[in-house]
Design a protein around this ligand. Sequence first.
Ligand code: PA5
Length: 446
Amino acid sequence: MKDIQLTIDKTFGFVNQAAVQGYKQQATEAQKMLHEGTGKGNDFLGWLNLPKELTPEFLDDINTTAQYLKDNCEVIVVIGIGGSYLGAKAVNDALSDTFAWIKQDKPLIVYAGQNIGEDYLYELQELLKTKKFGIISISKSGTTTEPALAFRLLKTQLEQQQGKQEAQKLIVCITDKARGALRTLATQEGYKTFVIEDNVGGRYSVLSPVGLLPIACAGFDIKQLVAGAVRMQELCDISVPYEQNPAAQYAAVRNELYKNGKTTEILVNFNPKLHYVSEWWKQLYGESEGKENKGIFPASVDFTTDLHSMGQWIQEGQRTIFETVISVEKPNHEVLFPFNEDNLDGLNFLAGKRVDEVNKMAELGTMLAHIDGGVPNIKISMPQLNEYYLGELIYFFEKACGISGYILGINPFNQPGVEAYKKNMFALLDKPGYEEESKKIKQRLK
Ligand code: PA5
């Protein structure tokens, strides 16, 4: 069976190959810090061995809970934000039929608590009025405002529609084992719960119940997802020599590009189903590396769509960027381009070809054009879009992020900067306990 492949040779016109290979010692040190738990943020390393630690019994428990929700709900609302949302959304969008919401052959999975848009919540509540729905409420801290707000609204609605007793069976909470408001609430109401372990941070939690339950609810094979992650855990293990270790190589080359002025990394796909994989990746790398006035800015585009918008900037704008392209080798379906007698659109040269052949030539043509335009190119080839290879991809990015963060010299597992907006928001909302901040901030606004 093939694996995901990393190709970095199209960066060597921009950075020195020997310099990239010169990261051997730093990358090995970084790996040691991860595996021996001697680096910054070492109380958040639970993700490192997570795939191998997930037992079949545990996955069966997740699948049984998912089956109950699937059997009893027309809509399942997954509530969470950041790491408590993006991993599940990424995998579910990548694997779902794009038009599943119209076909309605399985419960519809929708998301809430990832924004505070009143219109979004109004429209969701309107949709749910005529549906039997369930809720998966996810928050590690159990105190994050956005999901807590959505949960209160939707729990109230569910209890009004179904009665408290039935609603209780349709709510599952995923949170800390002891702390936080969500844990207190779940215990008091008697909800089914799953635990997010202390040592697994939000953005590294997709292979914990945080991602696995919503993915199982969407009907996908979480055992295959975990099998792919286990495989990548082996391929990126500390015992694998630096030159053959894809996570170490990716971490090294992006640090060398950064050192050479390439301060923005653009994650590129040629398959719209990967849009949220990029959103997940941006959170993983942005929140992990953007600190101490350092860090590559993670951006993303969906090609060929964005070749008609951002393509101009990428081709000819400021030369501070590099691209990392996720290329899916084989589509899951076949569409052949038809022959037309009149050929009024002049497209008969494509007759009999698969649509993917056109897409692949667009991909190749874009890579060559962007290299010519001064944009280094990293390629990640994925044999197919399925659970197994998404599992490989997730673990690959997680491991590389840990190594890359340590090479950069920061703590890849905290996010102190996220607190600043919360403090201001609470002060502006007059939250009890924020009286002093409230006075100060209101003074500033006069
Ligand atoms: O990666 C992280 O830790 C964050 O993005 C969190 O996942 C996010 O802030 C949500 O936190 P919580 O799960 O505590 O509600």
